[in-house]
Ligand binder design. Structure first.
Ligand code: HEC
Ligand code: HEC
Ligand code: HEC
Ligand code: HEC
Length: 471
């Protein structure tokens, strides 16, 4: 109890501190002119480096379109990156890790699509997160071979041969006056790994980083760590590894625009979740007093976090990759391979027409609601072969006797009577009044935060309320 309270206090302090820091930074930004003027007196200045960072997509390649105002998606991200590139051709694009959210064939195809997208956008490196590791070393090795994006992990030792996964990456960035070397490292927190892997060993991050950093310190001007860990752990790493200029981090931070830390001279910045935001950091390295061509990072970086909202158009190039992704799901017939559970008590789905025989008035009314045409919505959106969408837009995809494909079970398309009332085979026989109680929780299986952020039972039910059968 005491521990809990003190943690909450620490958390509160952190939030307050980070808010202060945020406000402080905002203040700094507006004083920028003054700042550079002062700094120009100190040492020569090597031009800005712009680092763009994203991560923790967790399977969200694009917003589903279920609700308004959903943020994120690779298509919008590409448009933003193209826009940033107009200002600086040397953008350094970094990916923190966790492109996918689940495992299975669909996620393998998704991982390939996500990786092709990173490649197309010109990412320099992708750090391996715990979800990426679940894709297996064969797929990771393959991805490292087919793309220009470097796969990176500083704290995983692979016991089997995995082609092309690097311990660190050094990128040379040419500026007007000089060339700067940026060292990029990446870790995944052992705390996040719950699978037992035969072909890899995950080492303590600080233990693996220490020798690498002492080696890289002299070879590079700037050191960046992609830290696939919670902020708290990344802060510990920052304390142990002062050589790092920047740590990109942050599991479980849903508003990266409101939270950041500074540990001595290392900035620790979260990416947020589901690819909703894109971060951009402007570093302004300065020449060291030694007079040699060595630079270090003195000016506080300018950090900008951009929510990917409707201001950004979809990039046609990424839209094409996503279209191919949908086509692959269709070609491999993944809908027919969805894992199914048994319904309780040997029940089966009987479909809406059977209910209509006895509840005709309700049926006629239902036909006019959005639920009845929920499958057609997916056809319009060209996602009708995507199990991750179909799940909520039909009856019982995840159960035996539920929807399979349009060819085999067309009568179960759409959000039907049994999506809310449950499988009706027994009720059809008994006509029992015990059947089919619907609670708010049933609605919320589909109308959850992600897919229906405005859901409120009374409002929503009013819109689709059944007429009374006896009237
Ligand atoms: C967890 C369940 C769930 C999943 C998964 C889901 N949807 Fe939806 N979808 C909904 C709900 C609920 C609504 C209605 C939201 C509302 O009106 O508040 C909806 C609405 C929509 C709409 C808007 C319909 C309209 O006419 O306004 C589109 C388009 C859509 N979904 C497409 C998709 C696509 C594409 C996917 C897969 C990428 C998907 N959905 C996955 C539950 C889901
Ligand atoms: C053969 C006729 C018949 C069929 C088919 C049938 N029902 Fe019924 N249903 C009834 C009758 C009769 C009642 C009224 C029971 C009572 O009030 O005693 C009823 C009651 C209900 C109730 C209300 C229970 C309550 O009193 O709160 C729901 C919900 C319901 N049915 C849904 C369905 C659904 C969904 C289907 C299709 C899966 C379906 N019914 C199929 C005859 C049928
Ligand atoms: C199996 C998933 C699922 C369940 C369960 C579900 N919905 Fe929906 N709902 C959807 C989807 C999908 C849509 C979007 C339909 C479309 O337009 O394509 C939707 C749309 C709606 C809409 C807008 C439709 C219109 O005609 O304007 C309302 C209102 C709604 N749902 C209310 C509810 C309520 C209330 C419940 C619970 C009693 C519920 N839903 C349960 C999936 C579901
Ligand atoms: C979006 C979820 C949803 C869908 C789809 C749905 N229902 Fe219902 N139904 C409900 C809820 C919620 C209630 C409880 C209504 C209440 O408490 O007033 C209900 C009540 C009923 C009742 C009892 C009504 C009464 O007057 O006592 C029947 C019968 C019924 N539904 C049949 C159907 C049939 C038949 C279909 C398909 C044509 C269907 N429902 C589709 C959510 C749904």
């Amino acid at each position: 109890m005491i521990r809990l309270t003190s943690q909450i206090t620490v958390l509160k302090t952190c939030v307050i501190l980070s808010l202060l820091l945020f406000l402080f930074n905002q203040g700094c930004n507006s004083l920028c002119g003054k700042e550079t003027e002062e700094n120009s007196n100190i040492a020569s200045y090597a031009a800005d480096i712009h680092v763009v960072f994203t991560g923790e997509e967790n399977g969200y390649l694009e917003p589903c379109g279920c609700s308004e105002k959903q943020l994120g998606g690779f298509s919008k991200r590409h448009t933003l990156i193209n826009h940033l590139r107009e200002k600086d051709d040397n953008l350094l694009l970094l990916s923190l890790g966790d492109l996918t959210g689940k495992v299975g064939r669909q996620d393998e195809i998704k991982m390939e699509t996500a990786f092709e997208s990173l490649d197309l956008m010109g990412y320099a490196a992708h750090n391996l997160g715990e979800k990426d590791l679940e894709m297996g070393t064969d797929l990771l090795g393959y991805l490292s071979q087919i793309s220009n994006v470097d796969l990176l992990s500083s704290n995983i030792v692979f016991t089997a041969e995995v082609l092309g996964i690097k311990q660190y990456v050094i990128k040379e960035i040419k500026t007007e006056d000089t060339t700067l070397s940026v060292g990029i490292l990446g870790i995944v927190s052992p705390e996040l790994i719950d699978s037992a892997y035969q072909d890899m060993e995950i080492i303590d991050p600080v233990v693996s980083l220490t020798p690498l950093l002492s080696d890289l310190r002299d070879k590079t001007d700037i050191l960046i760590l992609l830290s696939h860990a919670e902020m708290e752990e990344s802060i510990v790493i920052a304390e142990a590894c002062p050589e790092l200029d920047l740590i990109i981090s942050g599991h479980l931070v849903d508003r990266p625009d409101l939270y950041r830390e500074k540990v001595i001279n290392t900035y620790v910045i979260p990416v947020g979740e589901k690819g909703k935001y894109v971060g951009e950091i402007t570093l302004s390295p300065q020449q060291k007093q030694t007079g040699e061509d060595e630079y270090f990072n003195r000016i506080p970086p300018v950090i900008e976090i951009t929510p990917l909202d409707e201001r950004f158009a979809d990039s046609p190039d990424i839209a094409m990759l996503l279209k191919i992704y949908q086509q692959r799901l269709a070609d491999e017939e993944l809908l027919a391979q969805v894992f199914k559970s048994d319904l309780p008590s040997n029940l089966t789905f009987i479909a809406n027409n059977d209910c209509a025989a006895c509840h005709n008035k309700i049926f006629k009314h239902w036909e006019g609601t959005g639920h009845a045409s929920a499958y057609e919505t997916l056809v319009k959106a060209e996602h009708e072969y995507d199990p991750e969408c179909v799940e909520c837009h039909v009856i019982g995809l995840n159960y035996f006797t539920g929807f399979e494909t349009m060819e085999s079970t067309p009568e179960l398309k759409g959000v039907g009577c049994e999506s809310c009332h449950g499988a009706g085979s027994d009720h059809k026989e008994t006509q029992s009044s015990d059947y089919g109680r619907v609670s708010v929780e049933i609605c919320e299986i589909c109308h959850n935060d992600e897919h229906s952020s405005n859901f409120e039972f009374n409002d929503y039910w009013q819109k689709i309320k059944h007429p009374r059968e006896e009237e």
